[in-house]
Write a protein that binds this ligand. Structure first.
Ligand SMILES: Cc1ncc(C[n+]2csc(CCOP(=O)(O)OP(=O)(O)O)c2C)c(N)n1
Ligand SMILES: [Mg+2]
Length: 635
């Protein structure tokens, strides 16, 4: 009735399936910051199965064949991995662009959950399109459907709700336009971004509907740079300008806001030293006079010594994770105060700090202007520089340890650092490498250091590197991966090979978990269950001989070129060759998991059993209780 009314029929419509409408819509979305526009959703990763093969899959095929929408499709090998690749891409593009990911119903979709958590925790935008059960329910239960006797509208995709910054399920086509607009709003909101999930029932994906043509117009989403409230700046400056020993903690927000130059000017104008977090590393070049290295549990001893006595901590774009605060033991000055510049009010309020809610760049500029004339005392600067010089000597030694017979991991990091070009990217996420890298890596470019340490997810390395290389094809990308992470998720080597995307993968083989092994030992648990070994028939433990596992051969079988390095000299030569190769190349090296690593002079809270038979555990508990006394609430 209404469709025959003159007013309605005059409105142009386009008849498409829900999936086709989504593809057409995504291809028309742009983001804009500082007057520069780019595609907001430059492509779609996916793995097809029932649920999306005839829905989103059909729509992507038709778009490609007809040229009606430009949304390139990339076939991933694992759904978790494709979310990692998307996160790598979006982080590299400073959150101005985000990939879409389509998955089949059931396990294809739930494989994305870990990626969703990783994206949301790291505040990186990604659009997830899990497929869902039938909206009509006529064929229920379908293959891979979760049956809940207490509710017929529950599906496995409800598990995305707590992991997503926005979640919706499209039961009817009419719901789609409003949902799509909300999706774009959240993806482009720098304070609220993360995983955005649109669950798509499989029958609805294929259902046709008459869409208003204006749904498919080109849309530009402005990415905001909010200015700080002048009164907040005044309050912050009153505290900072009274400080004797201020310290800046630069987090990932500095990099996403492209505020590194502004930060450098603030540091140069005031002399305030700058320590950085895992996500913020590289905000200042490592050899800038104000740079004091990483902070926290895996930071530099220099930054941690300064943190211990800082009277004002200026956190910029940081979430103050436990690694950053050394589980709240890093800042020991009794009257320490915090000033937190953050785009998210949630983070700005942490540690009872003075909140300055703003874009990092605009906020830093405002603070710099308002602090005109303020300078730290010369003896404070001298102390900072002395600590940094001592630390630099420690790093030099770690880079060239000459450990025998197998090299140390610190030498491998040194070699990668010295062979990488200034714009090359190093990628890592879990194991002993993030700690060693935050301590030892010398960043020369704000986008050089890419360690995913919000979720520290084993398996991010290769998949993330793929997305990073897609985002920055002009940079060499080195994925450093432990044998544990490699075994968990190396399948995206195949995607890199099939797409002709070149990665350098450094595979550090130490026959198990050097990280958790060391942690276990320090907690009295004797490296139990952390070695990749045969089970010893006498002890019943996994401490028999080495396994006949050849990870280099495994990488070769996936289509990568492989170089096997037998010594650190060999490794340097292989790495130089891999850097100039035009194919994905894996450089395999065995290292000694027990080789020494410099100390950060810091602590991380991991509880130890309060009662135990083993004396090693009881001793660890005593030392744990001792360390815990340094833990503070900042109120
Ligand atoms: C998906 C996932 N599972 C488990 C962990 C806990 N974990 C952290 S490091 C680690 C071992 C990593 O082994 P490897 O990649 O060989 O690195 P290494 O410790 O030897 O440096 C484990 C199991 C994790 N971070 N992520
Ligand atoms: Mg290992």
């Amino acid at each position: 009735m209404s469709s025959s009314s003159p007013a309605r029929s005059a409105r142009p419509i386009r008849r498409l399936t829900v999936a086709q409408a989504i593809v057409q819509f995504l291809a028309q979305q742009y983001s804009e910051r500082d007057g520069v526009e780019q595609r907001l959703i430059p492509g779609c990763f996916g793995i097809f199965g029932h649920g999306n093969v005839a829905g989103v899959g059909q729509a992507l095929l038709e778009a490609q064949l007809t040229g009606s929408a430009n949304l390139p499709y990339y076939l991933a090998r694992n759904e978790q991995a494709m979310v990692h690749s998307s996160v790598g891409y979006a982080r590299m593009r400073n959150r101005l662009q985000a990939f879409a990911c389509t998955a089949s119903i059931g396990p294809g979709s739930t494989n994305m959950l870990t990626g969703a958590a990783l994206a949301t925790i790291n505040r990186i935008p990604v659009l997830l399109l899990p497929s869902d059960l039938f909206a009509t329910r006529v064929a229920s239960p379908v293959l891979q459907e979760l049956e809940d006797p207490g509710s017929l509208d529950v599906s496995v995709n409800d598990a995305f709700r707590p992991l997503s910054r926005f979640f919706d399920r499209i039961w009817r086509p009419e719901q789609l336009p409003a949902a799509l607009l909300s999706v774009m709003r959240v993806l482009t909101d720098p304070a609220d971004t993360g995983a955005v999930t649109l669950a798509l029932p499989q029958d609805v994906q294929a259902e046709a509907f008459d869409w208003p043509e204006e749904l498919f117009r080109r849309r530009v989403w402005h990415i905001a740079r909010p200015v700080p409230e002048p009164e907040a700046v005044t309050r912050a400056v009153a505290v900072i300008s009274a400080a004797q020993r201020p310290l800046i903690v630069a987090g990932g927000g500095v990099l996403y806001a492209e505020a590194h130059d502004a930060l450098r000017r603030l540091a140069e104008a005031t002399g305030i030293p700058v320590a950085d977090t895992q996500a913020g590393k590289g905000a200042l070049a490592w050899d800038h006079p104000a740079a004091v290295g990483g902070i926290g549990a895996t930071g530099s001893a220099a930054a941690n010594a300064l943190a211990a006595q800082a009277d004002v901590v200026i956190g910029i774009g940081t979430r103050y994770s436990d690694f950053t605060t050394a589980s709240r033991t890093a800042f020991q000055y009794p009257g320490v105060r915090f000033v937190n510049l953050n785009i998210a009010a949630f983070d700005a309020g942490k540690n009872a700090g003075i909140p300055v809610v703003a874009d990092a760049r605009r906020g830093i500029v405002a603070l710099t202007d308002a602090l005109a004339g303020y300078q730290v005392e010369a003896d404070y600067t001298a102390r900072c520089q002395g600590l940094v010089a001592d630390w630099n000597a420690i790093v030099d030694r770690a880079y060239h340890l000459g450990h025998q017979p197998l090299p140390s991991q610190t030498e491998v990091i040194g070699a990668v650092n010295e062979i990488a070009g200034p714009r090359d990217v190093v990628v890592q996420a879990a194991g002993s490498l993030p700690g060693d890298l935050q301590m030892l890596w010398r960043s020369r470019d704000p986008k050089q250091y890419h360690v995913e340490y919000g979720y520290s997810c084993m398996g991010y390395e290769i998949a993330g590197a793929l997305g990073i290389k897609m985002a920055a094809p002009d940079r060499e990308v080195f994925a450093l991966v432990g044998d544990g992470s490699y075994l968990m998720l190396s399948a995206e080597i195949v995607t890199a090979v099939s797409e002709g995307i070149k990665l350098v993968i450094v595979l550090i083989d130490n026959h198990g978990f050097s990280s958790i092994g060391a942690l276990s030992e320090s907690l009295g648990s004797q490296r139990f269950g952390t070695r990749y070994r045969y089970r010893d028939p006498v002890t019943g433990m996994l401490d028999g001989g080495y396994l006949p596992v050849d990870l280099a051969a495994n990488a070769e079988s996936l289509g990568a070129d492989v170089l096997r390095a037998r010594s650190i000299e060999d490794f340097r030569a292989a790495l130089a060759k891999a850097r100039t190769a035009d194919r994905t190349t894996v450089v395999h090296i065995e290292t000694d998991p027990l080789a020494p690593v410099p100390s950060s002079g810091s602590w991380w809270d991991v509880p130890v059993a309060q009662t135990a038979v083993l004396e090693s555990t009881r001793a660890a508990r005593r030392s744990y209780e001792q360390s815990k006394r340094a833990q503070r609430g900042y109120l």
